[in-house]
Write a new protein. Structure first.
Length: 78
């Protein structure tokens, strides 16, 4: 079964350094896509936080009820 992906597509490339390939999911495929990790204040936090994605494949819908519960359980608004 095949399905269309939703969200930012990320991948590693053949010329990426070994550290990038072994420790990440890669970089966004499209130059129009953006993937950031933000804190409760919306500022970049780098490693641990809430994914903030922008791009053609990203829906603009509100988080689902289960996602909102999960966010609230971790002290985030949802």
């Amino acid at each position: 079964m095949f399905d269309l992906p939703e969200g930012v597509l990320v991948l590693t490339r053949p010329d990426d350094p070994d550290e990038t390939v072994l420790t990440s999911h890669g970089r966004p495929l499209s130059p129009d896509d953006r993937l950031r990790i933000v804190g409760a204040d919306g500022e970049d936090v780098g490693r641990y936080g809430t994914p903030d994605t922008r791009g053609r494949g990203c829906s603009r819908q509100r988080p689902s009820p289960s996602a909102r519960r999960l966010m609230r359980s971790h002290g985030r608004q949802g």
